[in-house]
Design a binder for this molecule. Structure first.
Ligand SMILES: Cc1ncc(COP(=O)(O)O)c(C=O)c1O
Length: 365
């Protein structure tokens, strides 16, 4: 049973599972054959190689296996050409975002973010009594990096959060804009780039901020295995940053992750870039099909670069969410101030066919 306590308050009270469940909660009972297009997860399972190593690992789970973690850190770091001391692993990237808020913001040092964006970190900062500065999106629903830098300058420093591609708008911040921001970070300012969905971006202007970590800039990149690797339930995310920044965040983590999850990650990394390329291409095809259908039907939407699309429905998102759920399609929560847009995750072709059918029915499109 969920209380009315907010996400950040529940996390602070140690009710972490309840907090996450509340965020994913849907308004009302879901029919048995509901398709789940509300959490931006990958619609199919983890790689077969990961499933096989996990099945074997279960039989060894009477031990802690802490001795495996140095090699795990080294392999994870090496997958980006980094050293083990440049990464920090968490229970999902949620734990990394939490640690960054704790380490780099305070009641006087602000968390600076465009809005709307993924709410977890700004909500946590606000709940902790830390200062939060929100800047609005531009007309193309993209971030204004000059505004972000100006706010940091005015505040005498802070933590700038840049979700790229952004959740919920599915827009990217271009390589040129990020390059400008890194080159113009004001004094005492750190840039946290959340790349949970970067694998799905196919714009030539989309790029990772990892090179800035290698260059030793004030940049922290957050990544997760929850999305394209299809391991949301295994809870593995990580930060990549300069060792001194990693050292500042490390004390704020709660614990180590399960070695079963760590082995699943190693097996997935062993598969190399092909896994990601194939999955990204598949989601990209389904996403393009949805976009051309939306265009044909006259729906306006924000051109997507992640595995979800924001669609204008001219009706309250909360009401659309409930109506679609009643017909067996779970979509994302409302994202104020985009109150008449709905966020739908890209699922399998069959799931998207059901989504199109239900959206047509409800809007007479
Ligand atoms: C942008 C973004 N960052 C981070 C997360 C947290 O995911 P996880 O803790 O599973 O890595 C999410 C989850 O949806 C997200 O959308």
């Amino acid at each position: 049973m969920f209380t009315r306590r907010g996400f950040a308050a529940m996390i602070a009270a140690g009710l972490t599972e309840a907090a996450f469940a509340q965020r994913a909660a849907v308004p009302g009972a879901a029919p048995a054959d509901t398709v789940w297009l509300n959490g931006n997860e990958f619609p199919e399972g983890p790689p077969q190689a990961s499933i096989e190593v996990m099945a074997r690992a279960i039989t060894e789970s009477n031990r802690y296996h802490y001795q495996e973690f140095p090699a795990f850190y080294a392999s994870l770091a090496a997958s980006h050409g980094l050293k083990a001391e440049q990464v920090l692993v968490g229970a999902g990237s949620s734990e990394i975002l939490h640690a960054a808020v704790d380490a780099f913001t305070s009641p006087t040092v602000p968390f600076i973010t465009p809005w709307p964006t993924y709410e977890a970190a700004p909500e946590l900062a606000a709940f902790a009594g830390h200062r939060v500065i929100k800047t609005s999106l531009n007309a193309a629903h993209a971030f204004d990096v000059h505004r972000l830098a100006a706010e940091a300058e005015k505040a005498g420093g802070g933590l700038i959060y840049l979700c790229n591609p952004n959740n919920p708008t599915s827009t990217i911040t271009t390589h040129d804009d990020i390059a400008w921001l890194v080159a113009n970070l004001p004094k005492n300012t750190y840039l946290l780039v959340d790349e949970a969905y970067l694998h799905y971006a196919n714009s030539p202007q989309a790029a990772s901020a990892m090179p800035y970590v290698k260059e030793g800039k004030n940049v922290i990149v957050s990544r997760t295995f929850s999305k394209i690797y299809a391991m949301a339930g295994l809870r593995v995310g990580y930060a990549a940053a300069r060792p001194d920044l990693i050292d500042r965040m490390a004390p704020y983590r709660n614990n180590v992750i399960s070695f079963v999850s760590a082995r699943a990650v190693l097996a997935a990394l062993d598969l190399g870039p092909k896994l990601i390329e194939e999955r990204s291409a598949k989601i990209g095809r389904t996403r393009a099909e949805l976009c051309s259908w939306l265009t044909t039907k006259g729906f306006r939407f924000i051109p997507p670069q992640a595995n979800f699309v924001m669609i204008e429905t001219a009706r309250e998102a909360r009401e659309m969410q409930a109506s679609m759920l009643a017909k067996g399609v779970a979509i994302g929560r409302p994202f104020p101030p985009l109150n008449t847009m709905i966020r739908v995750s890209i699922g399998t072709d069959a799931e998207m066919a059901k989504f199109r059918h239900v959206l047509s029915e409800l809007t007479s499109a």
